[in-house]
Design a protein around this ligand. Structure first.
Ligand SMILES: Cc1cc2nc3c(=O)[nH]c(=O)nc-3n(C[C@H](O)[C@H](O)[C@H](O)COP(=O)(O)OP(=O)(O)OC[C@H]3O[C@@H](n4cnc5c(N)ncnc54)[C@H](O)[C@@H]3O)c2cc1C
Length: 408
């Protein structure tokens, strides 16, 4: 069995560690701060089995200027970061054609289709089955135009087995009485679910893999040198196989090997309200405003936003406040006092597909990053796929479309 080094103790790195350890490998996970804050902690907690349609779709480009000038809009961009963003943006826009959407959807749908096959055994192993709420999600719309514009995506989802029930605003309010009268249309997706606390899953998983013999090491990975990883403090860690699961920070390691990738930090924000004053039975997706509200154990989490400002710019928590304000518009009884504001770096590729597969330059190095909006959802399946690749077993899902080679 091999000595496998994994960079990154987020949901992806830890799911890889669990699957590789189950195969009997000697596994080490390196993270600059293993229990510290990361994207995998503060997400919306949704198992988004519908989320196999890419972000870039025909018509999206026309919405961008309006979003950018709207202080409550879902998109923002820091001017200083724009020059670095251009190659990613061009590829993002280029993939937004109907054939492009069809191709990406066909690649991602089988990944989404495995969500429960791989998530349920993980939660059972962690003793967290009660943390999974299989109550569906409600997508709400204010306008007939917005609802009609998404008809094509509902059809696409149905084609891959997703149940999309179309209901009116009154029915949506019967399901979720806290919703405002502005909601006119809705779609109920019963197969969706959410968890009680995404951080609890990652924390429990880290402890669990450690108990099973995985070594978790604190340290900053700096460079790959042959079959050693050089750390910032001068330590060197030898490996037979290396898994790069460093989330939004992964591209620097790919670059060292000469593998090009278009990966950005798509910074997302939320506010978690400890005493929201209202109750939701399930996650609500405010489709025309691109934000969500999830009832978690610690309160109601209102999250979303896509901010392109790179990895180092300080958070702009006004975006968290804007999300809470939007929440109040749609949930009139919402108490926004005492909220906790948070920002996380979604690792987002230009074509909305993760990078899962061997480096074409170094077959002993496997990539597992770029999960964008669906890292919690696709994490356990990604772990399985990485273990299958390393064992040279047939993969449960075709990983060819997820190869980093697509960016060359
Ligand atoms: C607002 C928001 C809402 C979201 N909602 C959902 C949702 O409802 N459902 C869903 O499925 N997904 C959701 N996501 C996406 C999901 O959270 C991410 O896709 C996922 O957390 C990515 O996991 P990761 O392990 O790749 O990255 P991370 O969790 O960021 O982990 C990467 C780790 O790598 C470490 N690292 C990086 N560089 C180095 C280095 N040089 N040396 C050592 N360690 C290093 C970091 O310290 C970090 O711990 C959401 C994201 C956001 C921001």
């Amino acid at each position: 069995m091999s000595r496998i080094l994994i960079i990154g103790a987020g949901i992806i790195g830890l799911c890889c560690a669990r699957a590789l350890r189950a195969d009997g490998h000697d596994v080490v996970v390196l993270d600059r701060d293993p229990p510290g804050d990361k994207c995998s902690f503060g997400n919306a907690g949704g198992l988004g089995i519908t989320e196999f349609i890419p972000a870039s779709v025909p018509g999206l480009a026309w919405k961008v200027p309006g979003w950018l000038v709207d202080p409550l809009g879902p998109l923002s961009l820091r001017v200083a970061h724009f020059p670095k963003l251009v190659p990613w943006l061009l590829r993002f826009l280029k993939s937004g054609t109907w054939p492009g959407v069809g191709r990406i959807t066909a690649a991602l749908a089988p990944l989404a289709g495995r969500t429960y096959d791989d998530m349920l055994p993980l939660l059972a192993e962690l003793g967290l089955m009660d943390d999974l709420h299989r109550v569906g999600a409600l997508w709400v719309y204010d306008t007939a135009e917005g609802f009609a514009a998404d008809a094509r995506f509902r059809e696409l989802r149905r084609r891959y087995g997703v149940v999309c029930e179309e209901i009116d605003g009154a029915e949506a309010r019967r399901m979720e009485p806290a919703l405002s009268a502005s909601v006119q249309y809705a779609m109920f997706t019963p197969q969706w679910s959410h968890v009680s606390d995404p951080k609890r899953i990652v924390d429990r998983l880290r402890e669990h893999v450690e108990q099973r013999g995985v070594a978790i090491i604190r340290g900053e990975a700096e460079a790959i040198a042959g079959t050693e990883l050089m750390l910032a403090d001068g330590r060197r860690l030898a490996f037979d196989r290396l898994v790069v699961a460093a989330g939004a920070w992964s591209s620097r390691f790919a670059a060292q090997l000469g593998d090009r990738v278009l990966l950005e930090s798509e910074r997302g924000y939320n506010t978690t309200l400890p005493e929201p004053g209202i109750t939701l039975g399930r996650e609500i997706i405010f489709a025309e405003r691109a934000f969500v509200a999830t009832p978690l154990d610690m309160g109601l989490r209102i999250g979303g936003a896509a901010e392109f400002a790179g990895l180092d710019a300080p958070p702009n928590y006004a975006r968290s406040d804007a999300l809470a304000e939007l929440g109040r518009r749609y949930l009139p009884g919402l108490n926004t006092k005492g909220g906790t504001r948070w920002m996380g770096h979604r690792p987002t590729t230009a074509d909305s597909m993760p990078v899962i597969g061997r480096s074409p330059k170094r077959p002993d190095i496997v990539y597992a990053f770029g999960h964008g909006h669906t890292g919690l959802t696709f994490g356990p399946t990604t772990g399985r796929l990485v273990a299958e690749l390393i064992a040279d077993r047939p993969t449960a899902v075709d990983v060819a479309p997820f190869s980093i080679a697509r960016f060359q």
